[in-house]
Design a binder for this molecule. Sequence first.
Ligand SMILES: [Zn+2]
Length: 600
Amino acid sequence: MATTELTGAEGVAWDLSDLYEGAEDPALEADVAAAERAAAAFRERYHDRVAELDAAALAEAVAERERIESTLDRPATYAHLNFATNMADPARGALVARLHEKAAALETQLLFFSLEWAAVEDDRAEALLAEPVLDHWRHVLRSARKFRPYLLSEPEERILTEKSVSGASAWARLYEEQLGALRVPLDGEQLSLETAMARLYSSDRDVRAETSAAVTAALEPGLRTRAYIFNTILLDKATDDRLRGYPTWLSARNLGNETTDEAVQALVDAAVSRYHVPQRYYRLKAKLLGIDRVAHYDRFAPVAESSEKTSWDEARDIVVGAYADFDADVGEIVEGFFSKSWIDGPVREDKRTGAFCATTVPGVHPYVLMNYTGDRRSILTLAHELGHGLHGVLAQPLGLFNASTPLTTAETASVFGEALTFRRLLAAEDDPRRKLDLLTGRIEDAIATVFRQIAMNRFEDSVHTERRTEGELATERLAELWLESQAGLFADAVDTTDYDVWWSYIPHFIGAPGYVYAYAYGYLFALAIYRRYEQEGDAVVEPYLDVLRAGGSKPPEELARLVGLDLTDPDIWASGIDALSDELDEAERLATEIGLTTDS
Ligand SMILES: [Zn+2]
Protein backbone atom coordinates (compact mmCIF):
# COMPACT_ATOMS: atom_id res chain seq x y z
CA MET A 1 0.00 0.00 0.00
CA ALA A 2 2.92 2.31 0.64
CA THR A 3 3.66 2.26 -3.07
CA THR A 4 0.24 3.55 -4.13
CA GLU A 5 0.58 6.29 -6.73
CA LEU A 6 -0.21 9.81 -5.65
CA THR A 7 -3.68 10.96 -6.66
CA GLY A 8 -3.89 14.20 -4.71
CA ALA A 9 -6.27 12.53 -2.26
CA GLU A 10 -3.45 11.89 0.23
CA GLY A 11 -4.26 14.87 2.42
CA VAL A 12 -8.04 14.48 2.23
CA ALA A 13 -9.04 13.50 5.77
CA TRP A 14 -12.44 13.92 7.36
CA ASP A 15 -12.96 16.13 10.36
CA LEU A 16 -14.82 14.20 13.05
CA SER A 17 -14.90 17.15 15.44
CA ASP A 18 -18.49 17.80 14.34
CA LEU A 19 -19.19 14.68 16.40
CA TYR A 20 -16.59 14.88 19.18
CA GLU A 21 -13.21 16.51 19.71
CA GLY A 22 -11.67 13.07 20.13
CA ALA A 23 -12.13 9.71 21.82
CA GLU A 24 -11.27 11.42 25.11
CA ASP A 25 -13.87 14.17 24.66
CA PRO A 26 -15.90 14.13 27.92
CA ALA A 27 -19.04 14.83 25.85
CA LEU A 28 -18.77 11.32 24.41
CA GLU A 29 -18.97 9.53 27.76
CA ALA A 30 -21.61 12.03 28.87
CA ASP A 31 -23.78 11.02 25.89
CA VAL A 32 -23.35 7.32 26.67
CA ALA A 33 -24.33 7.89 30.29
CA ALA A 34 -27.29 10.08 29.28
CA ALA A 35 -28.57 7.39 26.92
CA GLU A 36 -28.33 4.74 29.64
CA ARG A 37 -30.14 6.92 32.17
CA ALA A 38 -32.83 7.79 29.67
CA ALA A 39 -33.29 4.12 28.74
CA ALA A 40 -33.73 3.11 32.39
CA ALA A 41 -36.24 5.93 32.90
CA PHE A 42 -38.07 4.93 29.72
CA ARG A 43 -38.43 1.35 30.87
CA GLU A 44 -39.57 2.50 34.29
CA ARG A 45 -42.20 4.71 32.74
CA TYR A 46 -43.60 2.54 29.94
CA HIS A 47 -42.96 -1.13 30.69
CA ASP A 48 -46.29 -3.05 30.74
CA ARG A 49 -48.14 0.18 29.93
CA VAL A 50 -47.86 0.57 26.17
CA ALA A 51 -51.36 -0.80 25.61
CA GLU A 52 -52.84 1.92 27.82
CA LEU A 53 -51.23 4.88 26.04
CA ASP A 54 -53.45 7.29 24.12
CA ALA A 55 -52.26 8.72 20.80
CA ALA A 56 -50.52 11.77 22.30
CA ALA A 57 -48.74 9.69 24.93
CA LEU A 58 -47.74 7.19 22.26
CA ALA A 59 -46.27 9.97 20.11
CA GLU A 60 -44.30 11.23 23.09
CA ALA A 61 -43.03 7.75 23.88
CA VAL A 62 -41.83 7.06 20.31
CA ALA A 63 -40.13 10.46 20.19
CA GLU A 64 -38.34 9.66 23.44
CA ARG A 65 -37.42 6.18 22.17
CA GLU A 66 -35.87 7.81 19.08
CA ARG A 67 -34.03 10.39 21.20
CA ILE A 68 -32.46 7.65 23.31
CA GLU A 69 -31.28 5.73 20.28
CA SER A 70 -29.93 8.89 18.64
CA THR A 71 -28.04 9.83 21.80
CA LEU A 72 -26.17 6.52 21.81
CA ASP A 73 -25.82 6.40 18.01
CA ARG A 74 -23.67 9.49 18.03
CA PRO A 75 -20.81 8.04 20.11
CA ALA A 76 -21.24 4.69 18.32
CA THR A 77 -20.93 6.38 14.92
CA TYR A 78 -17.90 8.33 16.09
CA ALA A 79 -16.23 5.13 17.31
CA HIS A 80 -17.00 3.33 14.05
CA LEU A 81 -15.61 6.17 11.88
CA ASN A 82 -12.58 6.74 14.06
CA PHE A 83 -11.73 3.04 13.91
CA ALA A 84 -12.22 2.85 10.12
CA THR A 85 -9.26 5.15 9.45
CA ASN A 86 -6.90 3.24 11.74
CA MET A 87 -7.92 -0.33 12.39
CA ALA A 88 -4.53 -1.21 13.87
CA ASP A 89 -5.13 0.98 16.91
CA PRO A 90 -6.39 -1.30 19.73
CA ALA A 91 -7.83 1.63 21.69
CA ARG A 92 -10.08 2.54 18.75
CA GLY A 93 -11.16 -1.06 18.36
CA ALA A 94 -11.92 -1.36 22.05
CA LEU A 95 -14.20 1.71 21.93
CA VAL A 96 -16.17 0.19 19.05
CA ALA A 97 -16.59 -3.09 20.96
CA ARG A 98 -17.60 -1.36 24.18
CA LEU A 99 -20.23 0.82 22.50
CA HIS A 100 -21.49 -2.18 20.56
CA GLU A 101 -22.16 -3.95 23.85
CA LYS A 102 -23.82 -0.84 25.25
CA ALA A 103 -26.07 -0.62 22.20
CA ALA A 104 -27.04 -4.30 22.51
CA ALA A 105 -27.83 -3.88 26.21
CA LEU A 106 -29.91 -0.80 25.49
CA GLU A 107 -31.76 -2.62 22.73
CA THR A 108 -32.59 -5.49 25.08
CA GLN A 109 -33.85 -3.06 27.68
CA LEU A 110 -36.13 -1.24 25.22
CA LEU A 111 -37.32 -4.23 23.18
CA PHE A 112 -40.48 -4.47 25.27
CA PHE A 113 -41.81 -1.32 23.65
CA SER A 114 -42.18 -2.69 20.11
CA LEU A 115 -43.37 -6.07 21.42
CA GLU A 116 -46.09 -4.49 23.53
CA TRP A 117 -47.05 -2.19 20.67
CA ALA A 118 -47.27 -5.11 18.23
CA ALA A 119 -49.50 -6.91 20.75
CA VAL A 120 -52.12 -4.12 20.79
CA GLU A 121 -55.38 -5.28 19.16
CA ASP A 122 -55.85 -4.19 15.52
CA ASP A 123 -58.97 -2.10 16.09
CA ARG A 124 -57.41 -0.12 18.87
CA ALA A 125 -54.13 0.32 17.01
CA GLU A 126 -55.94 1.55 13.88
CA ALA A 127 -58.00 4.02 15.91
CA LEU A 128 -54.82 5.38 17.50
CA LEU A 129 -52.98 5.54 14.18
CA ALA A 130 -55.81 7.55 12.65
CA GLU A 131 -55.14 10.45 15.01
CA PRO A 132 -53.26 13.44 13.54
CA VAL A 133 -50.90 13.64 16.53
CA LEU A 134 -49.32 10.42 15.22
CA ASP A 135 -48.80 11.70 11.65
CA HIS A 136 -45.03 11.77 12.00
CA TRP A 137 -44.81 8.31 13.54
CA ARG A 138 -47.50 6.49 11.55
CA HIS A 139 -45.13 4.63 9.23
CA VAL A 140 -42.71 3.74 12.03
CA LEU A 141 -45.53 2.37 14.19
CA ARG A 142 -47.24 0.56 11.32
CA SER A 143 -43.99 -1.01 10.28
CA ALA A 144 -43.40 -2.29 13.82
CA ARG A 145 -46.66 -4.23 13.46
CA LYS A 146 -46.10 -5.58 9.97
CA PHE A 147 -45.30 -9.15 11.03
CA ARG A 148 -48.26 -9.24 13.41
CA PRO A 149 -50.65 -11.23 11.19
CA TYR A 150 -48.04 -13.99 11.07
CA LEU A 151 -47.12 -14.10 14.74
CA LEU A 152 -47.95 -17.13 16.85
CA SER A 153 -48.94 -17.09 20.50
CA GLU A 154 -46.42 -15.68 22.95
CA PRO A 155 -45.25 -19.04 24.38
CA GLU A 156 -44.91 -20.44 20.85
CA GLU A 157 -42.86 -17.45 19.77
CA ARG A 158 -40.63 -17.85 22.77
CA ILE A 159 -39.97 -21.51 21.97
CA LEU A 160 -39.25 -20.72 18.31
CA THR A 161 -36.84 -17.96 19.24
CA GLU A 162 -34.98 -20.08 21.74
CA LYS A 163 -34.85 -23.16 19.52
CA SER A 164 -33.63 -21.17 16.49
CA VAL A 165 -30.24 -20.82 18.16
CA SER A 166 -29.75 -24.58 17.89
CA GLY A 167 -31.77 -24.70 14.64
CA ALA A 168 -31.41 -22.51 11.56
CA SER A 169 -28.63 -20.35 12.96
CA ALA A 170 -26.63 -23.38 14.08
CA TRP A 171 -26.85 -24.84 10.56
CA ALA A 172 -25.87 -21.51 9.06
CA ARG A 173 -22.80 -21.41 11.27
CA LEU A 174 -21.79 -24.95 10.37
CA TYR A 175 -22.10 -23.98 6.70
CA GLU A 176 -19.91 -20.89 7.20
CA GLU A 177 -17.30 -22.97 9.00
CA GLN A 178 -17.31 -25.51 6.16
CA LEU A 179 -16.80 -22.77 3.59
CA GLY A 180 -14.17 -21.03 5.68
CA ALA A 181 -12.18 -24.25 5.97
CA LEU A 182 -12.30 -24.86 2.23
CA ARG A 183 -8.91 -24.59 0.50
CA VAL A 184 -8.15 -24.29 -3.18
CA PRO A 185 -4.73 -25.66 -4.20
CA LEU A 186 -3.23 -23.24 -6.73
CA ASP A 187 0.35 -22.19 -7.48
CA GLY A 188 1.60 -24.58 -4.82
CA GLU A 189 -0.43 -22.77 -2.20
CA GLN A 190 -3.64 -23.53 -0.33
CA LEU A 191 -5.81 -20.50 -1.07
CA SER A 192 -9.03 -19.50 0.63
CA LEU A 193 -12.06 -19.56 -1.66
CA GLU A 194 -12.15 -15.77 -1.73
CA THR A 195 -8.50 -15.40 -2.71
CA ALA A 196 -8.90 -18.06 -5.38
CA MET A 197 -12.01 -16.41 -6.82
CA ALA A 198 -10.12 -13.13 -7.20
CA ARG A 199 -8.04 -14.84 -9.90
CA LEU A 200 -11.13 -14.97 -12.11
CA TYR A 201 -10.49 -11.25 -12.73
CA SER A 202 -7.15 -12.09 -14.34
CA SER A 203 -6.56 -11.01 -17.93
CA ASP A 204 -4.91 -14.36 -18.63
CA ARG A 205 -7.42 -16.94 -19.79
CA ASP A 206 -5.26 -19.86 -18.71
CA VAL A 207 -5.17 -18.49 -15.17
CA ARG A 208 -8.95 -18.19 -15.17
CA ALA A 209 -9.52 -21.67 -16.57
CA GLU A 210 -7.08 -23.21 -14.10
CA THR A 211 -8.68 -21.33 -11.21
CA SER A 212 -12.13 -22.45 -12.24
CA ALA A 213 -11.10 -26.10 -12.45
CA ALA A 214 -9.39 -25.88 -9.05
CA VAL A 215 -12.45 -24.23 -7.46
CA THR A 216 -14.79 -26.85 -8.94
CA ALA A 217 -12.58 -29.61 -7.53
CA ALA A 218 -12.32 -27.89 -4.16
CA LEU A 219 -16.11 -27.59 -3.90
CA GLU A 220 -16.51 -31.35 -4.32
CA PRO A 221 -15.47 -32.59 -0.84
CA GLY A 222 -18.14 -31.67 1.68
CA LEU A 223 -20.65 -31.07 -1.10
CA ARG A 224 -23.10 -33.61 0.35
CA THR A 225 -22.81 -31.99 3.76
CA ARG A 226 -23.52 -28.56 2.30
CA ALA A 227 -26.44 -30.00 0.35
CA TYR A 228 -27.78 -31.50 3.57
CA ILE A 229 -27.43 -28.19 5.38
CA PHE A 230 -29.26 -26.47 2.51
CA ASN A 231 -32.06 -29.06 2.64
CA THR A 232 -32.38 -28.54 6.37
CA ILE A 233 -32.64 -24.77 5.94
CA LEU A 234 -35.25 -25.25 3.20
CA LEU A 235 -37.33 -27.48 5.46
CA ASP A 236 -36.92 -25.21 8.46
CA LYS A 237 -38.17 -22.29 6.44
CA ALA A 238 -41.04 -24.30 4.97
CA THR A 239 -42.14 -25.26 8.48
CA ASP A 240 -41.87 -21.70 9.70
CA ASP A 241 -43.84 -20.32 6.75
CA ARG A 242 -46.55 -22.99 7.15
CA LEU A 243 -46.99 -22.39 10.87
CA ARG A 244 -47.10 -18.64 10.39
CA GLY A 245 -49.30 -18.77 7.31
CA TYR A 246 -47.15 -16.95 4.77
CA PRO A 247 -48.61 -17.39 1.27
CA THR A 248 -45.24 -17.94 -0.50
CA TRP A 249 -41.64 -18.78 0.42
CA LEU A 250 -40.69 -15.17 -0.35
CA SER A 251 -43.55 -13.38 1.42
CA ALA A 252 -41.79 -12.93 4.77
CA ARG A 253 -38.75 -11.44 3.04
CA ASN A 254 -40.93 -9.10 0.96
CA LEU A 255 -42.70 -7.92 4.07
CA GLY A 256 -39.36 -7.19 5.73
CA ASN A 257 -38.33 -5.22 2.64
CA GLU A 258 -41.60 -3.27 2.86
CA THR A 259 -42.60 -4.35 -0.59
CA THR A 260 -45.29 -6.68 -1.94
CA ASP A 261 -45.33 -10.09 -3.62
CA GLU A 262 -46.84 -8.36 -6.70
CA ALA A 263 -44.09 -5.77 -7.07
CA VAL A 264 -41.37 -8.40 -6.69
CA GLN A 265 -43.07 -10.69 -9.22
CA ALA A 266 -43.22 -7.76 -11.67
CA LEU A 267 -39.50 -7.18 -11.15
CA VAL A 268 -38.67 -10.86 -11.72
CA ASP A 269 -40.86 -11.06 -14.84
CA ALA A 270 -39.28 -7.95 -16.32
CA ALA A 271 -35.75 -9.25 -15.81
CA VAL A 272 -36.38 -12.85 -16.89
CA SER A 273 -38.09 -11.76 -20.10
CA ARG A 274 -35.00 -9.67 -20.91
CA TYR A 275 -32.30 -12.27 -20.36
CA HIS A 276 -31.44 -11.62 -24.02
CA VAL A 277 -29.68 -8.42 -22.88
CA PRO A 278 -26.93 -10.19 -20.88
CA GLN A 279 -26.76 -12.90 -23.56
CA ARG A 280 -26.15 -10.22 -26.19
CA TYR A 281 -23.47 -8.70 -23.97
CA TYR A 282 -21.64 -12.01 -23.46
CA ARG A 283 -21.57 -12.55 -27.24
CA LEU A 284 -19.99 -9.12 -27.60
CA LYS A 285 -17.58 -9.90 -24.80
CA ALA A 286 -16.45 -13.09 -26.54
CA LYS A 287 -15.52 -11.00 -29.58
CA LEU A 288 -13.75 -8.43 -27.43
CA LEU A 289 -11.75 -11.19 -25.76
CA GLY A 290 -11.07 -12.82 -29.10
CA ILE A 291 -12.66 -16.15 -28.19
CA ASP A 292 -15.54 -18.14 -29.68
CA ARG A 293 -17.67 -18.26 -26.59
CA VAL A 294 -17.43 -16.92 -23.07
CA ALA A 295 -17.06 -19.66 -20.45
CA HIS A 296 -18.53 -19.05 -17.01
CA TYR A 297 -15.02 -18.30 -15.72
CA ASP A 298 -14.51 -15.59 -18.37
CA ARG A 299 -17.36 -13.41 -17.15
CA PHE A 300 -15.16 -11.21 -14.96
CA ALA A 301 -12.22 -11.03 -17.34
CA PRO A 302 -11.17 -7.45 -18.04
CA VAL A 303 -11.92 -6.39 -21.60
CA ALA A 304 -9.33 -3.63 -21.47
CA GLU A 305 -6.61 -2.45 -19.21
CA SER A 306 -6.81 1.25 -18.78
CA SER A 307 -3.89 2.57 -16.78
CA GLU A 308 -5.02 6.16 -17.00
CA LYS A 309 -5.43 7.85 -13.61
CA THR A 310 -7.67 10.73 -12.66
CA SER A 311 -6.54 13.05 -9.90
CA TRP A 312 -8.69 13.63 -6.84
CA ASP A 313 -9.38 17.23 -7.87
CA GLU A 314 -10.50 16.18 -11.35
CA ALA A 315 -12.70 13.47 -9.88
CA ARG A 316 -14.27 16.04 -7.56
CA ASP A 317 -14.98 18.36 -10.50
CA ILE A 318 -16.51 15.55 -12.54
CA VAL A 319 -18.74 14.28 -9.74
CA VAL A 320 -19.79 17.66 -8.39
CA GLY A 321 -20.37 18.80 -11.97
CA ALA A 322 -22.63 15.82 -12.67
CA TYR A 323 -24.75 16.50 -9.59
CA ALA A 324 -24.79 20.28 -10.24
CA ASP A 325 -26.00 19.75 -13.81
CA PHE A 326 -28.89 17.79 -12.41
CA ASP A 327 -29.75 20.52 -9.91
CA ALA A 328 -27.73 23.48 -8.62
CA ASP A 329 -28.74 23.00 -4.97
CA VAL A 330 -27.86 19.32 -5.14
CA GLY A 331 -24.47 20.27 -6.60
CA GLU A 332 -23.92 22.58 -3.66
CA ILE A 333 -24.76 19.88 -1.12
CA VAL A 334 -22.35 17.46 -2.79
CA GLU A 335 -19.65 20.14 -3.04
CA GLY A 336 -20.01 20.66 0.70
CA PHE A 337 -18.72 17.14 1.39
CA PHE A 338 -15.38 18.25 -0.09
CA SER A 339 -15.16 21.80 1.23
CA LYS A 340 -16.32 20.93 4.74
CA SER A 341 -14.08 17.86 5.18
CA TRP A 342 -16.80 15.22 5.38
CA ILE A 343 -14.75 12.76 3.27
CA ASP A 344 -11.76 10.64 4.08
CA GLY A 345 -10.22 10.13 0.64
CA PRO A 346 -6.95 8.24 0.21
CA VAL A 347 -5.77 4.67 0.44
CA ARG A 348 -3.89 4.54 3.73
CA GLU A 349 -2.22 1.81 5.67
CA ASP A 350 -4.48 0.22 8.33
CA LYS A 351 -7.53 1.98 6.92
CA ARG A 352 -10.71 0.04 6.22
CA THR A 353 -10.87 -1.11 2.59
CA GLY A 354 -13.71 -0.32 0.21
CA ALA A 355 -16.00 2.64 0.60
CA PHE A 356 -19.05 3.56 2.62
CA CYS A 357 -21.23 6.43 3.66
CA ALA A 358 -22.39 6.74 7.26
CA THR A 359 -25.76 8.13 6.26
CA THR A 360 -27.73 8.78 9.39
CA VAL A 361 -25.51 10.33 11.97
CA PRO A 362 -27.96 11.80 14.45
CA GLY A 363 -27.79 15.56 14.59
CA VAL A 364 -24.82 15.70 12.22
CA HIS A 365 -24.21 15.43 8.46
CA PRO A 366 -23.17 12.11 6.86
CA TYR A 367 -19.52 11.11 6.39
CA VAL A 368 -17.99 9.32 3.40
CA LEU A 369 -15.05 6.93 3.48
CA MET A 370 -13.18 6.29 0.22
CA ASN A 371 -10.06 4.44 -0.84
CA TYR A 372 -9.49 6.60 -3.87
CA THR A 373 -7.12 5.07 -6.43
CA GLY A 374 -7.70 7.34 -9.41
CA ASP A 375 -9.13 4.68 -11.73
CA ARG A 376 -12.52 4.92 -13.41
CA ARG A 377 -14.23 2.62 -10.96
CA SER A 378 -13.04 4.85 -8.13
CA ILE A 379 -14.71 7.95 -9.63
CA LEU A 380 -18.00 6.09 -9.90
CA THR A 381 -17.62 4.83 -6.33
CA LEU A 382 -17.15 8.42 -5.19
CA ALA A 383 -20.33 9.37 -7.04
CA HIS A 384 -22.10 6.37 -5.48
CA GLU A 385 -21.16 7.20 -1.89
CA LEU A 386 -21.98 10.88 -2.38
CA GLY A 387 -25.41 9.80 -3.58
CA HIS A 388 -25.88 8.11 -0.21
CA GLY A 389 -24.55 11.29 1.37
CA LEU A 390 -27.05 13.46 -0.48
CA HIS A 391 -29.86 11.08 0.51
CA GLY A 392 -28.74 11.36 4.14
CA VAL A 393 -28.59 15.16 4.09
CA LEU A 394 -32.06 15.45 2.53
CA ALA A 395 -33.76 12.85 4.74
CA GLN A 396 -32.08 13.74 8.01
CA PRO A 397 -34.63 16.36 9.13
CA LEU A 398 -37.09 13.45 9.51
CA GLY A 399 -35.07 12.04 12.40
CA LEU A 400 -33.39 8.68 12.82
CA PHE A 401 -36.44 6.39 12.55
CA ASN A 402 -38.03 7.96 9.49
CA ALA A 403 -34.78 8.60 7.64
CA SER A 404 -33.60 4.96 7.73
CA THR A 405 -34.46 3.12 4.52
CA PRO A 406 -35.12 -0.58 3.96
CA LEU A 407 -32.75 -2.47 1.67
CA THR A 408 -35.10 -1.99 -1.27
CA THR A 409 -34.72 1.81 -1.43
CA ALA A 410 -31.35 2.27 0.29
CA GLU A 411 -29.51 2.40 -3.06
CA THR A 412 -31.79 4.88 -4.83
CA ALA A 413 -29.62 7.99 -4.62
CA SER A 414 -26.32 6.14 -4.99
CA VAL A 415 -27.29 4.33 -8.20
CA PHE A 416 -28.89 7.50 -9.56
CA GLY A 417 -25.77 9.55 -8.82
CA GLU A 418 -23.59 6.93 -10.47
CA ALA A 419 -25.77 7.11 -13.57
CA LEU A 420 -25.42 10.91 -13.71
CA THR A 421 -21.65 10.67 -13.35
CA PHE A 422 -21.33 7.82 -15.80
CA ARG A 423 -23.16 9.85 -18.45
CA ARG A 424 -20.84 12.80 -17.83
CA LEU A 425 -17.72 10.65 -18.10
CA LEU A 426 -18.99 9.13 -21.31
CA ALA A 427 -19.86 12.48 -22.85
CA ALA A 428 -16.41 13.85 -22.01
CA GLU A 429 -14.60 10.92 -23.64
CA ASP A 430 -13.65 11.20 -27.34
CA ASP A 431 -11.54 8.10 -27.69
CA PRO A 432 -13.82 5.26 -28.89
CA ARG A 433 -11.71 2.57 -27.23
CA ARG A 434 -11.98 4.27 -23.83
CA LYS A 435 -15.66 4.97 -24.41
CA LEU A 436 -16.13 1.26 -25.01
CA ASP A 437 -14.26 0.43 -21.79
CA LEU A 438 -16.57 2.72 -19.86
CA LEU A 439 -19.65 1.11 -21.36
CA THR A 440 -18.56 -2.48 -20.80
CA GLY A 441 -17.70 -1.69 -17.17
CA ARG A 442 -21.12 -0.23 -16.65
CA ILE A 443 -22.96 -3.09 -18.37
CA GLU A 444 -21.06 -5.68 -16.33
CA ASP A 445 -21.98 -3.91 -13.09
CA ALA A 446 -25.61 -3.96 -14.11
CA ILE A 447 -25.52 -7.63 -15.10
CA ALA A 448 -23.95 -8.55 -11.74
CA THR A 449 -26.46 -6.48 -9.79
CA VAL A 450 -29.62 -7.23 -11.73
CA PHE A 451 -29.53 -10.36 -13.88
CA ARG A 452 -27.21 -12.52 -11.81
CA GLN A 453 -29.28 -11.82 -8.70
CA ILE A 454 -32.57 -12.54 -10.44
CA ALA A 455 -31.20 -15.83 -11.82
CA MET A 456 -30.17 -16.73 -8.27
CA ASN A 457 -33.64 -15.79 -7.09
CA ARG A 458 -35.06 -18.17 -9.73
CA PHE A 459 -32.85 -20.94 -8.36
CA GLU A 460 -34.05 -20.21 -4.84
CA ASP A 461 -37.62 -20.18 -6.05
CA SER A 462 -37.25 -23.62 -7.64
CA VAL A 463 -35.55 -25.26 -4.66
CA HIS A 464 -37.87 -23.80 -2.04
CA THR A 465 -40.88 -24.81 -4.10
CA GLU A 466 -39.62 -28.31 -4.87
CA ARG A 467 -38.58 -28.96 -1.27
CA ARG A 468 -42.15 -28.16 -0.25
CA THR A 469 -43.80 -30.38 -2.85
CA GLU A 470 -41.32 -33.22 -3.42
CA GLY A 471 -39.35 -33.53 -0.18
CA GLU A 472 -35.62 -33.63 0.27
CA LEU A 473 -33.54 -32.68 -2.77
CA ALA A 474 -30.61 -34.88 -3.79
CA THR A 475 -27.27 -33.17 -4.35
CA GLU A 476 -27.61 -34.00 -8.06
CA ARG A 477 -31.05 -32.39 -8.18
CA LEU A 478 -29.72 -29.18 -6.64
CA ALA A 479 -27.07 -29.11 -9.36
CA GLU A 480 -29.73 -29.65 -12.04
CA LEU A 481 -31.92 -26.85 -10.75
CA TRP A 482 -28.89 -24.56 -10.47
CA LEU A 483 -27.84 -25.23 -14.05
CA GLU A 484 -31.43 -24.76 -15.25
CA SER A 485 -31.62 -21.36 -13.60
CA GLN A 486 -28.25 -20.37 -15.08
CA ALA A 487 -29.09 -21.75 -18.51
CA GLY A 488 -32.13 -19.48 -18.51
CA LEU A 489 -29.84 -16.53 -17.98
CA PHE A 490 -26.99 -17.49 -20.29
CA ALA A 491 -28.68 -19.63 -22.97
CA ASP A 492 -25.92 -20.55 -25.46
CA ALA A 493 -23.98 -17.33 -24.84
CA VAL A 494 -22.03 -18.73 -21.90
CA ASP A 495 -20.48 -22.18 -21.54
CA THR A 496 -21.47 -23.57 -18.15
CA THR A 497 -19.48 -26.80 -18.28
CA ASP A 498 -18.29 -27.77 -14.79
CA TYR A 499 -20.43 -25.06 -13.23
CA ASP A 500 -22.90 -27.43 -11.57
CA VAL A 501 -21.60 -27.27 -7.99
CA TRP A 502 -21.09 -23.52 -7.90
CA TRP A 503 -24.43 -23.00 -6.13
CA SER A 504 -22.84 -24.44 -3.04
CA TYR A 505 -20.61 -21.54 -2.01
CA ILE A 506 -23.22 -18.74 -2.00
CA PRO A 507 -23.81 -17.86 1.65
CA HIS A 508 -27.02 -15.87 1.08
CA PHE A 509 -28.92 -19.06 0.17
CA ILE A 510 -28.23 -20.42 3.65
CA GLY A 511 -27.93 -17.36 5.87
CA ALA A 512 -30.58 -15.11 4.35
CA PRO A 513 -33.07 -16.97 2.14
CA GLY A 514 -34.71 -14.73 -0.45
CA TYR A 515 -32.27 -11.90 0.12
CA VAL A 516 -30.60 -11.60 -3.29
CA TYR A 517 -33.39 -10.02 -5.36
CA ALA A 518 -33.16 -6.83 -3.28
CA TYR A 519 -29.95 -5.89 -5.12
CA ALA A 520 -31.83 -5.95 -8.42
CA TYR A 521 -34.83 -4.20 -6.90
CA GLY A 522 -32.82 -1.26 -5.57
CA TYR A 523 -30.82 -0.88 -8.75
CA LEU A 524 -33.76 -0.99 -11.16
CA PHE A 525 -35.89 1.20 -8.92
CA ALA A 526 -33.22 3.92 -9.19
CA LEU A 527 -32.71 3.36 -12.92
CA ALA A 528 -36.45 3.57 -13.58
CA ILE A 529 -36.42 7.06 -12.05
CA TYR A 530 -33.27 7.88 -13.99
CA ARG A 531 -34.90 6.75 -17.24
CA ARG A 532 -37.81 9.06 -16.53
CA TYR A 533 -35.34 11.89 -15.94
CA GLU A 534 -33.67 11.18 -19.29
CA GLN A 535 -37.03 11.33 -21.00
CA GLU A 536 -38.68 14.20 -19.15
CA GLY A 537 -35.73 16.23 -17.89
CA ASP A 538 -36.16 18.89 -15.22
CA ALA A 539 -39.79 18.00 -14.51
CA VAL A 540 -38.49 14.96 -12.65
CA VAL A 541 -36.00 16.84 -10.46
CA GLU A 542 -38.34 17.98 -7.67
CA PRO A 543 -40.37 14.75 -7.49
CA TYR A 544 -37.12 12.78 -7.31
CA LEU A 545 -35.79 15.00 -4.53
CA ASP A 546 -39.09 14.47 -2.72
CA VAL A 547 -38.39 10.74 -2.86
CA LEU A 548 -35.02 11.33 -1.22
CA ARG A 549 -36.45 13.76 1.32
CA ALA A 550 -39.00 11.11 2.34
CA GLY A 551 -36.15 8.79 3.44
CA GLY A 552 -37.69 5.60 4.75
CA SER A 553 -40.90 7.23 5.96
CA LYS A 554 -42.91 5.59 3.17
CA PRO A 555 -42.75 2.10 1.61
CA PRO A 556 -41.09 1.82 -1.85
CA GLU A 557 -44.36 1.59 -3.75
CA GLU A 558 -45.55 4.89 -2.27
CA LEU A 559 -42.21 6.53 -2.94
CA ALA A 560 -42.41 5.36 -6.54
CA ARG A 561 -45.78 7.04 -6.94
CA LEU A 562 -44.13 10.38 -6.05
CA VAL A 563 -42.30 10.11 -9.37
CA GLY A 564 -45.30 8.65 -11.19
CA LEU A 565 -44.15 5.02 -11.21
CA ASP A 566 -46.26 1.95 -10.46
CA LEU A 567 -44.00 -0.83 -9.18
CA THR A 568 -46.51 -3.58 -9.85
CA ASP A 569 -46.14 -2.82 -13.56
CA PRO A 570 -43.36 -4.91 -15.20
CA ASP A 571 -42.85 -2.10 -17.77
CA ILE A 572 -41.56 0.15 -15.02
CA TRP A 573 -38.88 -2.37 -14.05
CA ALA A 574 -38.16 -2.94 -17.73
CA SER A 575 -37.51 0.76 -18.31
CA GLY A 576 -34.33 0.53 -16.22
CA ILE A 577 -33.22 -2.45 -18.33
CA ASP A 578 -34.01 -0.50 -21.52
CA ALA A 579 -31.43 2.08 -20.46
CA LEU A 580 -28.93 -0.75 -20.18
CA SER A 581 -29.94 -2.12 -23.56
CA ASP A 582 -29.28 1.30 -25.14
CA GLU A 583 -25.81 1.30 -23.61
CA LEU A 584 -25.22 -2.14 -25.07
CA ASP A 585 -26.27 -0.87 -28.53
CA GLU A 586 -23.71 1.87 -28.17
CA ALA A 587 -21.02 -0.60 -27.08
CA GLU A 588 -21.71 -2.84 -30.09
CA ARG A 589 -21.58 0.12 -32.43
CA LEU A 590 -18.25 1.29 -30.99
CA ALA A 591 -16.77 -2.21 -31.14
CA THR A 592 -17.63 -2.40 -34.83
CA GLU A 593 -16.36 1.13 -35.46
CA ILE A 594 -12.94 0.42 -34.03
CA GLY A 595 -12.78 -2.90 -35.80
CA LEU A 596 -12.81 -5.08 -32.68
CA THR A 597 -15.62 -7.13 -34.12
CA THR A 598 -16.22 -7.96 -37.72
CA ASP A 599 -19.92 -8.67 -37.96
CA SER A 600 -23.10 -7.29 -36.26
ZN1 LIG B 1 -24.42 1.76 -1.84
